[in-house]
Design a protein. Structure first.
Length: 365
């Protein structure tokens, strides 16, 4: 295989990042908003020296590693949960603030002034007592009846408006727990980045040539849950991970000591000359033949971005039609045969791209 660097390929940006469950292949996380990304390998080269001058005789590699660092522009609860190895659950308990107007109590609360919350109250997260409580105007703790949703306000007046803060629970609220001994998630990571080229474009023009894929069979997030809640910048999702050695063996194969950290795959889009050109031309514009002579029309392809570059086109994908077979005929290969004195045109066409050009033919005696 050639190792020459002659492809004029350039990589920039990340299409997307996918993270899959190792056991089920379920897609656990996907991001198409990566703003920064880096893939890096490192290895320690342990020197063994000897001989006169104690020169280096060999370097033995150890501690090989492959790391990936990425930042997604958007906030993602799923990305945060992967970093802590947590499972996102519904029915999350959360803090809620409402305004309510005090009214006269009834039943057990007769002769008292009460307020009422709109949602079903629950005990706060982390509550030791399990009491269902709230705070009136951010200061006064009150007990909320989970059945009636009412709370008594001592010293309150009917018609007063108060702010009540309490905890509730709904199915749409998602929650995950960060344990004191959390283990970041391990999965299969796949990154895709576009490849561009200037080949066939000339100057600084570029076209999409393909993509580069980085596949890490066993990647573990580094646990970098980092919520930067700045007033002047949005919170991003940090996705840093380290490749773990994958010792996959097929049935009948002996175990290997050389685990796989990752794969890098280059995919180049398959193109034809018709994808690279904008029109076809006849060299010379026309031909002149004496009666009985023959000549093959020379057809080339041209790109408007680089008109000085002429590309060969497949003649078997062209049709040749004579304006007058009595003056000159033409076969499927573009070979023109002069039949009688006069002038005519040969029309050359590519059906796929609807490219058409004409060749003037002059037949002399």
């Amino acid at each position: 295989m050639s190792c020459q660097n002659n492809e004029n390929l350039y990589a920039q940006g990340i299409y997307d990042f996918n993270f899959y469950d190792l056991t089920t292949d379920e897609l656990l996380f996907q991001s198409r908003t990566i703003t920064e990304g880096n893939i890096a390998t490192s290895v320690n080269l342990n020197e063994i020296r000897g001989g006169i001058g104690n020169a280096i005789q060999i370097q033995i590699p150890s501690d090989a590693s492959l790391t990936v660092t990425m930042t997604a522009a958007n906030f993602s609860l799923e990305g945060l949960a992967l970093n802590t190895g947590s499972t996102i659950m519904p029915n999350g308990t959360y803090y809620l603030r409402e305004q309510t107007t005090l009214v006269a109590g009834t039943g057990e609360n007769a002769e008292k002034v009460v307020g009422k919350v709109l949602s079903t109250p629950v005990a706060p997260i982390g509550s030791v007592t399990g009491d269902i409580i709230g705070y009136v105007d951010c200061t006064t703790k009150v007990t909320i009846d989970p059945e009636t949703k009412e709370f008594v306000v001592e010293g309150g007046e009917v018609g007063d408006t108060v702010c009540i803060e309490y905890y509730t629970q709904t199915a749409s609220a998602e929650i995950f727990r960060i344990g004191s001994n959390f283990a970041p998630k391990i999965g299969r990571a796949v990154l895709r980045t576009p490849l561009y080229t200037t080949n066939g474009q000339g100057g600084s023009g570029s076209i999409l040539a393909g993509e580069l894929q980085i596949v890490i069979p066993k990647a573990q997030l580094n646990g970098d849950l980092n919520l930067d809640l700045s007033q002047s910048a949005n919170a991003t999702t940090v996705l840093n991970m380290t490749a773990l050695a994958d010792y996959e063996t097929k049935p009948g194969e002996c175990p290997t000591n050389d685990g796989t950290l990752g794969y890098i795959i280059k995919i180049i889009n398959e193109t034809t000359v018709w994808d690279r050109i904008d029109r076809i031309v006849v060299l010379g514009g026309g031909i002149s033949l004496a009666n009985g002579e023959t000549e093959t029309i020379v057809v080339k392809g041209i790109s408007d971005s680089n008109p000085n570059l002429l590309e060969n086109v497949p003649y078997d994908e062209l049709t040749f039609t004579s304006g007058s077979d009595a003056i000159a005929t033409v076969d499927a290969t573009g070979l023109v045969t002069a039949k009688s004195q006069g002038d005519t045109e040969i029309t050359i066409k590519n059906e796929e791209k609807n490219f058409t050009v004409t060749c003037d033919v002059e037949v002399t005696p």
